[in-house]
Design a protein around this ligand. Sequence first.
Ligand code: DON
Length: 564
Amino acid sequence: MEKGILKISQISKIYTLKFPLIVFILILLSFFSLFIKAESYAVATRHHLATDIGMKVLEEGGNAIDAAVAVAFALAVVNPSAGNIGGGGFMLIHLAEKNETISIDYRERAPIKSFEKMFQDSSGNVIKGLSLNSILASGVPGTVAGMFYVSEKFGTIDIKSLINPSIHLAKKGFVLSDFQAKNLNKYKKKFAKNEEAKKIFTRTNGFSEGDNFIQINLAKTLERIAKNGKNEFYSGETAKKVANFFQDNGGILTLEDLNLYKLRIQKPVCGSYRSYEICSMAPPSSGGIALVQILNILENIDLSKLNHNSEEYLKILLSAMDYAYKDRAKYLGDPDYFRVPQDLLTSKKYAYEIYQEIQENKISPKVNINIIEGEETTHFSIYDKWGNAVSNTYTLNTAYGSGIIPTGTGILMNNEMDDFSSKPGHPNTYGLIGSEANKIEPKKTPLSSMSPAIVFRDERPYLITGSPGGSTIITSVLQEILNVLDFQMSLEESSEKSRIHFQHLPDILFHEQFDGSLIESLKKEKKLINRKLGEIHSILIRKDIVEAFSDKRRPDGKASAVYK
Ligand code: DON
């Protein structure tokens, strides 16, 4: 017999001998891999203490929803610029056992006494700052309602024990990082306008790294909430303190507003992208529709054949973003008040028409308007050992919200009313314009860009992701999805890649670091502004490996993953 060549009979002999063994090993391996998968869990948040609290809940047998509730309350203490009980947000939950994905809209609602022109003077000019820094800036907060709802409905642990770590952190304090100390000092003027905010959030000589930061009134409020439940916030002592403060200080938010707060349980907006399914928030967020619309447009091109972040790639991205943001301004608002053409905007056919227009280079001319950096909001992602997933983004809107704390509560109030269109065509703080769809009306929810997302592969969570960043949230989340799905990047690799953002108006391409020749070339067509974009906290579940990553664009975040 020639060396190296096996006869058929010999092969079949080996086959007969080894086959049962191979099958046995394969069965063992697949059992083992299931076992690994079943034991994997992860948390990624904006603050290491919140991540540790979430991980502890999971370690001790809680599910992803339990961990989410504990993390949300913890961030209200350790990340006061965005974590909150005085604001609102969106939570996307995937329940593994039922193979069901739902979303909770616990965003702020306009007070009953609000009206379309409340931020305009008698000549119809928008009064600067009124929707951001005044007593009129706050919507009715939804976070406490949101956390109690998900805990009661899907949680397994008594909510009291999920709030307790936050009470402890507020009472005993936590150590400020350099970033946090400087950030607090940066907003000194904002806090100076409100007695309690000034007392808690300012120091004569400023805060320094390492200071222990205590919030006694917030601890007491959290204690009352833990003891008395959700009603404490919406009709109890806390509600009365909040309502009285607003009444005494020229506000319009009343006890009735708090009593009537209702969250919405919604079907998320889902779409397919190549072999994946992606789900994100339905209106009143623009996130789900815009993400699905952009992905539908991009699906017409094999992006993986292009060089990542090449000029060709970026131009396609910015054209798709352009169309989605144009539609956002025109068609998106609270669905209870405005008929949002969701089916059209998320259809493959509509996306294909846009794709064809892009090919013909039909981009409409635009004007430039002001836009500021979206500074705060916070996202966290959680995955548990049963395969449940939570993707949550919540906020006070800009950093520390309105900077107003109703006396005795320690609760920073949001300034989410700025997310409404104060006047058609007038840009909000993120340069976003709106129309009829997003005008102010009593009890209405302002339009949002928050886009907590879950990508599915073979009907299982594959990527759990989201970001802060105001109007840039959608495009940051989009690029995370493209990096992982089209370019097979790890989360760390993805976060190291520069991002772009384009939102139709203003006609400015926001970008991170790109090499000089690319910038020179892009400059010929667009005004460019260099700034940081997004802060992603993701979990990626690839076969049996769970990877979690917190964007290094900001310090203090932490991602932990366990796979046993
Ligand atoms: O809901 C929204 O779209 C805004 N209120 C989010 C604000 C934000 O992301 C601030 N920055 N990071």
